[in-house]
Design a binder for this molecule. Sequence first.
Ligand code: CAA
Length: 257
Amino acid sequence: MPDNLIIQGPEKGVLLITLNRPQALNALNTELLGELSAVLDAAEFDTEIRTVVLTGSERAFAAGADINEMAARDLVGILEDPRVAHWQRIARFPKPIIAAINGFALGGGCELAMHADILIAGENARFGQPEINLGIMPGAGGTQRLTRAVGTALAMQMALTGEQISAQRALQAGLISEICPTELTVERAIQIAETIASKAPLAVRLTKEAVHKASDTDLATGLRFERHAFTVLSGTADRAEGLKAFQEKRKPKFTGC
Ligand code: CAA
């Protein structure tokens, strides 16, 4: 059992992962990231798990990389940082991740939230890339994913001043898709995750990959990927079932084939 995570489920296809290092506002040390990476490794091939909800506490989603651990690393330590592999593992997880963000999502915490496919936040959420205050810079995708999400001007302002933005501002800027009352954030994320878990898994997987292509490639490449993925799905039993169920005016029964 992981020491820094609480794992619940899967229930109705949803695995709930709660970051649990309250003494450090869920700061992301190597151990926590390693545990998260291992849980996702197992979840990828577990057919009972269709979607993942990732959350923290009401006070903090995560307050960034663990500064004490980071302070002990020299240049070689940073070059050989095992956390890089854990971040890559999270980024290539093929099933949808919904982040339910309350409280602080700062530095690596904001970067972890941006590894999710759907971000929803409580009214008390605060987003920021405060690394500049420590004489460093974002190192887990913050300069790239934040810029793609909110545009250059706001990303520059956040990364260069270290100032936080509110959930309202994050919604307006397109970083998150919904705000809810803080105490309902996880419940709402689970609701979204359950809805997605009820869909055809292969269609979900290829849709996630195709949407990410919009920020990973040029338009022509993205459109080509979309067409190939669309074509691949035409050979699935779930497509036949989905279309037939519509014609027969009943709910489809998807099997993942
Ligand atoms: N690493 C390690 N410990 C942390 C931490 C972090 N990132 N953030 C908070 N903590 C610890 C504090 O040291 C404190 O521990 P003690 O009780 O033992 O003193 C505890 O969590 C509670 O924190 P505060 O007392 O500071 O709580 P607060 O409400 O006054 O302030 C805060 C909250 C504004 C989030 C403040 O804790 C803070 O500024 N934290 C650091 C945020 C930050 O700079 N994050 C970026 C890290 S670098 C990074 O993430 C690099 C990367 O991209 C890979």
